[in-house]
Design a protein around this ligand. Structure first.
Ligand code: A2P
Length: 272
């Protein structure tokens, strides 16, 4: 080996470090359409559980391809977790789905979002209503100690077309009791209610219909939504969000924001 070779670092010389780059630590594929991954977290990275951030990969022309992703891990976690769909011709997820441990992903530093506990008035029951990848911010909030400090009961609903799409949410719920910070409280307060719309399962139907016909409350043994006691967070498609907004507004709920807490908050589930 010559002296020159000793000083040449092949990784650095061919792939200069990306700005805002984090290193992929693990990747898990849940089905042919969904995967989650964990990346390193800078010591200076701050966010509130439930917020989202722009993440991505460098593009061919040097310009990064960035999309909004909810952070699926809580604020106290030393790593960051994300949950994504795989769109075969999607500019970002067609490539992001192939990441492996050791690869780099861009994670911008600015975080934001309305699915935060600060945007809700005090209440006794927290409903987190999601479809598909809309479960991601709730993956963060269900491991957030303040969630259990503020609410006596926490109910996560997730509706998907098929059973295989519910695997990530089921895994989160199944491992929650082992969580070092919230495990004990969550075991007493947290419940998951999963439904499918296009495949048979224990509970079937759109969450909008199950709220309107009261089946979700019968199944869980809980009273119907009451703005005096219940607080609701919603994360799904635009159509779902609008339908749930209409249902809650008709029941006397007011929408909250960071600047003005209310009885429910909404965010569109992001498509990578
Ligand atoms: P459905 O199968 O009846 O359309 P998508 O994969 O299209 O994002 O939908 C995710 C889940 O959300 C599906 O189970 C779908 O039910 C349901 N869904 C879609 N739109 C609405 C809506 N406006 N209200 C309630 N549920 C919805």
């Amino acid at each position: 080996m010559t002296a020159t070779e000793m000083f040449l670092d092949p990784v650095q010389s061919t792939a200069p470090a990306l700005p805002d780059a984090q290193t992929v630590l693990s990747v898990r594929h849940w089905d042919d359409r969904l995967f989650s991954f964990r990346v390193t977290r800078s010591a200076s990275f701050r966010f509130r559980s439930g917020e989202f951030v722009m993440i991505g990969l460098p593009g061919d022309n040097g310009k990064p391809i960035l999309r909004a992703y909810s952070i699926a891990s809580p604020f106290w976690d030393e790593e960051l977790e994300f949950y994504s769909i795989k769109v075969q011709d999607g500019p970002l997820t067609s490539r992001l789905q192939n990441i492996r441990p050791g690869d780099q992903v861009i994670v911008k530093t600015k975080t934001t979002g309305t699915l935060v506990l600060d945007a809700l008035l005090p209440g006794s029951r927290l409903w987190m209503l999601s479809t598909g990848t809309g479960v991601a911010p709730f993956a963060s909030l269900m491991r957030e100690p303040e969630t259990y400090a503020k609410f006596d009961q926490v109910i996560l609903t997730q509706t998907c077309r098929r059973n295989s799409e519910l695997a990530y949410g089921r895994h989160l719920a199944d491992t929650l009791a082992d969580d070092p910070l919230v495990g004990e409280e969550a075991a007493a307060k947290f419940r998951r209610y999963a439904t499918t719309t296009r495949e048979p399962s224990a509970h079937m139907g759109r969450i909008t219909d199950l709220i309107e016909n009261g089946k979700v409350f019968d199944d869980l043994g809980l009273p119907p939504l009451d703005p005096a006691l219940d607080r609701v967070m919603i994360c799904g498609s635009m159509a779902l969000n609008l339908d749930l907004k209409r249902i809650l507004d008709a029941r006397g709920f007011t929408e909250g924001a960071n600047s003005r807490p209310g009885e429910y908050v909404i965010e569109k589930a992001f498509v990578g």
